[in-house]
Design a protein around this ligand. Sequence first.
Ligand code: PHE
Length: 333
Amino acid sequence: MDAAAQLAEYEQAALAAIAAATDADGIEAVRIEYLGKKQGRLKDLQKLLGQVTAEERPVIGKQFNEVKNRVSAALEARQSELEKPTAEVEGIDVTLPGTPLRLGKRHPLTQTIDEFKSIMARLGFATVDGPEIEDEHHNFEALNIPAIHPARDPLDNFYLATAEKSSGGPLLLRSQTSTVQIRVMERTPPPVRIVSLGRVYRPDTIDATHSCMFHQMEGLWVEEGVTLAHLKSVLRAFMTAYLGDDVHIRFRPSFFPFTEPSVEADMSWRDDWLEIGGAGMVDPNVLKAVGYDPEKVTGFAFGLGIERFCMQRHGITDIRRFYENDVRFLQQF
Ligand code: PHE
């Protein structure tokens, strides 16, 4: 028999064997017999190629390749057919659609906090954390808020009745994240460029826009040559990144004991101006108290309420939704 006839016979036999295989083991045996690399029938046929005349060789070589490709394709097709799960596995219909698995989600405020951190990181601000239970030094004194200041009124703060620091001073739940400014500057020489995001507590009457616990993002940049213009640029870059629209920032004069000058910052949003938070240049007294030289370095600080931005972006009209843990609300984010 000549080489061409042998190839044709091989192809016929291989295709028949492939069609006859009924399971994965069967098809594997066919593969080894007909296409096996080490021995196999194809290997034997390859030896034929060496024996044909030089004129015949290109024709036979082409035929050899075509036969090999057709047999391989048929084998693969049959293999995947045999691998399909059978519809019934021990009485379970595996082709029925599954029951959807409800995955947990991150809370919308956590999502906002993570996004704020990553935007600020791109602007060069590292994230730091501070304690929620504070002493009067960090919550007030170091921030230039003296003992007679009305902000220290026990009715406006959550003083802890039983807890006393070992030094004896009273403790309270922090009323602002500005405490973290002090903690960072006390332990780090300038330059510093940080944000701190976390809970603050104030005994406000709870309604659609007030809660006795909410979240703030504090920002602080102290270095030689920092000005209010830097503050404006950072706030603008931050808000533009979060809201996706190009916003403008406007300052109104204000007062905070730990910044001088102090401002309320607003941003343009669609056709409105919205208040975004308090800010200002860190008061030289505050810098001095942490051992910085106010003749050498200047800095800005800002404090923004986080809930408000999340509400703005998602059209949430009641701050209480964040804390009720109603999954119908939470699942939407
Ligand atoms: N801590 C202020 C507040 O809670 C906001 C603020 C932060 C103001 C930093 C100035 C600088 O209202």
